[in-house]
Design a protein around this ligand. Sequence first.
Ligand code: OXD
Ligand code: MN
Length: 656
Amino acid sequence: MPQLIEKAYTPFQKPVVGHYLSSTATTTTPSKFNNIRGYNVVNGDISKLPLKVKTFIEESVVLCQPDRVHICDGSEIENEILIKSLLEAKTIIPLPKYENCYLARTNPADVARVESKTFICTELREQAVCTPRAGVQGALGNWISPKDYDDAIMKRFPGCMKGRTMYVVPFSMGPIGSPLSKVGIEITDSQYVVCSMRIMTRMGALVMDEIINKSADFVRCLHSVGTPESGKLAMESWPCDPDRVIILHKPDNNEIVSYGSAYGGNAILGKKCFALRIGSTIAQREGWLAEHMLILGVTCPNGTKKYIAAAFPSACGKTNLAMMTPTLPGYTLECVGDDIAWMKFDANGQLRAINPENGFFGVAPGTSAETNPNAMAACTKNTIFTNVAYTSDGGVFWEGLEDTIEPGVTITDWLGNPWELGVSKTPAAHPNSRFCAPAGNCPIIDEKWEDPEGVPISAILFGGRRPQGVPLIYEALNWQHGVFIGSAMRSESTAAAEHKAKVIMHDPMAMRPFFGYNFGNYLKHWLEMEEQCDKLGGVMPKIFHVNWFRKDKNGKFLWPGYGENSRVIDWVLKRIDGYHCYQETPIGLIPTPESLKLDNLKSQLNLKELFLIEREFWLKEADEIQTYFDNQVGADLPKKIQQQLNNLKDRVENMH
Ligand code: OXD
Ligand code: MN
């Protein structure tokens, strides 16, 4: 993206003269960079860096005024020093029950992604977000003007790293050197973020070499935990500025700026900010897809292997499905990724996916040896937990691990208070508490998970938490219908962001919080993928919608889920292979009763209720989708998607 190099880096061009800089240093004279007096680089050799990297560092130094600059090499020793320092600051505590694992406890005001303070900056509003109906609050992202973007930075960043070290973190999303990968540099004043980025991305000297040797362009990511205006931190061990949190993206400059939070997607900028928001804009420009999807590989008894991608909203079981232990005999499942997929056609029109991440940032509560033994195994070494509870024998605890507590062991909750099993009324772990574990730890990590070419995708699943009305699985009639199904996705809200009530929210493509550009244009891009595939002579992946969460009238789940989901995957595989094992319904194709392998299922199954498709429910659903499109997407909605909704309405109206 050559415009990156040539274009001025606007927000930092304001004449801010850093405390540690000579007054002659300016952001527009990078040649003087090496002569800046008092510029205290404690690790790394700035003189070896390309001009554009130096310029990024210099501009950030001028703006943030750190005491020191540390260019990260990603080495073991560097990590050890950072961990030691985090231990001294009491940001983390050791968990001696495991190997090199730690627990971080955050400021209780900094516990989740802050969607309401997350913005996309473009010249025109309609480039970033849809135009909602007059008087309706847009719910498909927030736009910020270039002026307000600059102002937001200038209100928060000048001097924000005084007294701190500025870390320069080169990282690759995707295997280093893969044609599908992209690189970034995150500048941050949080050691916790550096250690997390080392787990979640490929980070360090090899990536900097890539930038130097290939003149690779990089996504500029600037992050500061900030300091409240009062100058007083509420919690020394977890600096942040919750009242002024802001997460900014400028797709035209491939730039991310985040202030005030050190938590997850707000601060580990390779993840949601880069791999999804900026990633989706790069993908649109370059003709590929950056999606909120797990990737799994499944081998059936006859030895054939297929890869499937699946988009579920945050905290709806992507990690569990990605690492599932199939209950169906003869099937093995392997994990390529649990949260994000970058997918591109190869020369033959085969869609291929990489997992741009290097680790799992999984929701802890509910994860256990029963629900996800592979995730449990993945987080027994080199893992950073955040906001879980800990035990007196040096381990972790969260809701779902009740059976693991030995007699005499006591528990301390995520806030540091004593917590008693069966007595305490508050959760031991925060509902959005996480484990941050290297992907390579997962016992069933796929042999191709780092294949630079990616893995071939045969099917895409959409899904959400739908307690009512939505069957266990249905298949889209074709690509356009599948894109419509994705656009109409709805799910019960979870704790991954700041939403509190358990309401059914629209979450199109599981991307609602992560679109980097106008959702209507995003849908057009998805529709156009079919033409791209046709031209290359490929076959589009089949699209399905799954719902593990349907409940009966007593509120009990109708489907056991977890490893039993292999039965649903088996049907997907049959359909990929072209077996005629479906029945048509107004909403799509569902399995014929005999084609769903249900033998030896432990729990009683009410198959009829699980697959019931009710006219009244679907009429209401179609109305609801129409209202959502009218209110939120308006004129940006592609006609083909409206046509799919009209078709659905017709089919449902005519059902008896
Ligand atoms: C996540 C999320 O952290 O989706 O993966 O919130
Ligand atoms: Mn996610």
